[in-house]
Design a protein around this ligand. Sequence first.
Ligand SMILES: Cc1cc2nc3c(=O)[nH]c(=O)nc-3n(C[C@H](O)[C@H](O)[C@H](O)COP(=O)(O)OP(=O)(O)OC[C@H]3O[C@@H](n4cnc5c(N)ncnc54)[C@H](O)[C@@H]3O)c2cc1C
Length: 401
Amino acid sequence: MDLFHDSPMFNGVRQMLGAFAKQSIRPIATKHDLEESMPWDLMKMAQGFGLTQTAVLDGRKKLTGQDEDPDPKKPKSQSRISVVGSEELAYGCAGICLALGGSGLAASPVSRMGTTEQKEEFRKLLAGLDEKGHIKVAAMALSEPSTGSDISGLSTSARKDGDHWIIRGSKQWITNGQSAAVFVVWAQTEPAAGRAGVRGFIVARGTPGLIPGKKETKLGIRASETAQVHFEDVRVHTDMMLGAGSQGGLSDTKKMLDSTRPVVAAQAVGIARAAYDYLLDRVRGGTTRGTPLASHQHIMFELAEMNMEITASRLLAHRAAWLADHHQENVAEASMAKAHAARTAQHVTTRAMVLLGEEALQPGHPVEKWYRDAKIYDIFEGTGQIQRRIIAKHLTGTNPV
Ligand SMILES: Cc1cc2nc3c(=O)[nH]c(=O)nc-3n(C[C@H](O)[C@H](O)[C@H](O)COP(=O)(O)OP(=O)(O)OC[C@H]3O[C@@H](n4cnc5c(N)ncnc54)[C@H](O)[C@@H]3O)c2cc1C
């Protein structure tokens, strides 16, 4: 059950990406998880049918065959396409889903705050293949070793020097951080202005002083690369600073998360559904000591609970995406979707591990992988506590202390 089941466009995306997930993603998911490698060949293939690294900027016509209405006041479909599609891709493998769409994190602020020239530059830097023959990807570098949730305390600085900015600092946990051809890096331009002084800059790979750092070894989503990135007095032309005047500061950075959180929530739904389907498949037709598994109340109550949670999480993600597409505020709804779906993914995969027993402890077992993949959804794009803070502030207007 979902909110967009009567739309041929969203159904088309669901069917197409659902088939791609089953036929092309699932068979290679274990290999890339165990090897901790990006699925470069698959990424190149997916680019061919519309899963491009600049889709957030260019729209989804290649995927859906339809143009967005150019009237900016008319409802859009981008957020809903992304939630419907992301659930399917993450059903195949959440790490591969992030490898396919990770550049969207960087494309999102460029789309929101970039000038026509900056968008062109971003597209240009992502065009073609790199020296290894891989498609080019982008990274969004906000988090730092000592600043994750509270991004107002960024220590990366940008100092003006004529018609350039000089960026200095280190970023941590950056998706595509080692391979990216282009980075959107956030730095403090005016410490006295606090949050308002934080600005984003488009920086090309190869710019002197930009040094991709250590790749992290992670518990889950291991097909998506995460790395440190260092900026050692990197000179960036003023033309490459995102936003102008009062725009482009930290509040705009936060708005960007309101559009990505429903998509992240949908990915968590995809993981939960994968584990649920695996169990349901096992229960149907299975027996224990001669009794059908489906006749055991304790097993069927678990599956009923999982089904309820998955459906509720999906509906929350769809509501948040619908609001975004209809140009309505969705701060609390995006946080509810993200927090609820993260909890669902963890609950469903944990219970699936318990119900399957020892077999699910084997490395390479799909449920063991989904259990590991689920945890990250409670951490990135704002932890579970941060989502609850946002929802709580929405209730009373003040941040809980
Ligand atoms: C796989 C992965 C990919 C990532 N990709 C990117 C990326 O591409 N770009 C990027 O910029 N970042 C990225 N991140 C970073 C991610 O966004 C941060 O890890 C996240 O924001 C949490 O920050 P932190 O880890 O510093 O935790 P902290 O902020 O140090 O939080 C630690 C704990 O304290 C709690 N806490 C913090 N503040 C409060 C508060 N006010 N009230 C209650 N509890 C609080 C948190 O919930 C958490 O439990 C990624 C992280 C991971 C793991």
